[in-house]
Design a protein around this ligand. Structure first.
Ligand code: NAD
Ligand code: MG
Length: 387
């Protein structure tokens, strides 16, 4: 069998490394075309050497000399800069993992979609910001978009090719994050170190904070609304602290299908990597005898206002989700840098949404300009708050 060509965007991150872990277990099946990263030259070079990649690209142009040194004598080609990341994404690998974090991944994802092959999507912020345009481009180019986010991968598996008109409800499960049972006073005082500790999943810093504010579930609601168009009012969020059921689909005949597994991203990634087939995966199997119980509860809209903000953005559409996402990215970075408090994150997002209401984006450039403007306004809002 000829090996499938693979590109991993965001190869040094949590999802990127899990993807490479799977690929390295069956090296004969895959040929790595390109790996990209932001600034981690050592991590990128090591991954490229390990996987015998053809090309390694670092987004930060200042790191080009360091990458050249790290790859000297290996025969692996290298490049640097955001345009080089986009070009690597557009090389047309059979399968591309989109695992850059944030709207920074939008242009590369679009380049991968334009190539018309299979794109495994972890980078939810890109879909949230430019959902309509991205789905339209996928249809036009004939690309296959496979959801990697564990909930969306679960929904995709539960749909199993059924007609979307036969779905009554989608139940998007949420762990509730580290502050599921915390009081609002406790939440006001949490530190970045406390907020990044997720009870069930090990993930990058940004998504870990999003899980703590539940903005992650809000972004996932918008993500699901684009991937599975049944109307956002029929997508419900259910808190399920054990993270064993990764989401459910309820059909019009009353059947509800759930996808289950231990919380390990290598399961949904393996699903997307082998689809429509299956492959061996390293995740620990579920042990139902020690599992004990599965709990479910409604999310608390008072302590987690991000859920309402995201739902409103999903319903309004247009540029609202891109503003929500951009303001959140700025606020999360400020929280991680200890410049604002935990509860300020949603407050900043709400204020930016109040202050800015541009016309709906018609192009990716429009989305990028809304993203930039929302970031500027978020910075202003933070200055006002500090004054
Ligand atoms: P991470 O922070 O661990 O890794 C991010 C990757 O993107 C790194 O390789 C980094 O070098 C690269 N990157 C960051 N900024 C960049 C830029 N400006 N230009 C180019 N590359 C850049 O993040 P992660 O946790 O792996 O998450 C990646 C994406 O997958 C996010 O959109 C996240 O929401 C989504 N996701 C992650 C998980 C998880 O378990 N970690 C689960 C579901 C979805
Ligand atoms: Mg998820």
């Amino acid at each position: 069998m000829t090996p499938r060509t693979i590109t991993v965007l965001g190869a040094t991150g949590s999802v990127g490394s899990s993807t490479l872990d799977l690929i390295e277990r069956t090296p004969d099946a895959f040929q790595v075309k390109a790996l990209t990263a932001h600034r981690d030259v050592a991590g990128l070079a090591a991954a490229a050497i390990r996987t015998n990649a053809e090309l390694a690209v670092i987004a930060d142009p200042d790191q080009e000399p360091a990458l050249a040194t790290a790859l000297a004598g290996t025969g692996i080609a290298h490049a640097a800069g955001a345009d080089a990341v986009r070009d690597a994404a557009g090389l047309g690998a059979d399968w591309t993992m989109a695992a850059i974090v944030g709207c920074a991944g939008l242009v590369p994802v679009m380049a991968a979609i334009e190539a018309g092959k299979t794109v495994a999507l972890a980078n939810k912020e890109a879909l949230v910001s430019a959902g309509d345009l991205m789905i339209r481009a996928t249809t036009r180019t004939g690309a296959t978009l496979l959801p990697v986010d564990s909930e969306h991968n679960a929904i995709f598996q539960c749909l199993a090719g059924s007609r979307i008109e036969r779905v009554r409800r989608i139940l998007l499960t949420a762990s509730g994050g580290p502050f599921r049972t915390a009081t609002i006073d406790r939440m006001r005082a949490v530190t970045p170190a406390e907020a990044v500790c997720h009870p069930n999943w090990s993930m990058g810093a940004k998504i870990s904070i999003d899980s703590a504010t539940m903005m992650n579930k809000g972004l996932e609601l918008i993500e699901a609304d684009h991937l599975f168009p049944i109307g956002s009012e029929r997508i419900e969020i259910v808190v399920h602290p054990q993270s064993v059921i990764h989401s459910m689909v309820e059909y019009i005949d009353g059947s509800t299908l759930a996808q289950m597994g231990t919380p390990d991203m290598r399961t949904p990634i393996a699903h997307a990597l082998a689809w429509p087939d299956r492959m061996d995966g390293p995740s620990a199997p579920l042990d139902f005898t020690t599992l004990g119980r599965l709990d479910f509860e409604a999310p608390d809209p008072e302590r987690f206002p991000a859920l309402r903000l995201a739902r409103e953005a999903a319903v309004a559409g247009g540029g609202r989700p891109a503003i929500l996402n951009a303001a959140n990215e700025i606020a999360v970075a400020a929280f991680l840098a200890s410049r604002i408090g935990f509860l300020d994150i949603a407050r900043i997002v709400a204020t930016v949404l109040d202050r800015y209401d541009p016309p709906a984006p018609a192009t990716i450039d429009d989305v990028l300009s809304i993203d930039r403007q929302a970031r500027r306004i978020a910075d202003e809002v933070m200055k006002d708050m500090a004054a």
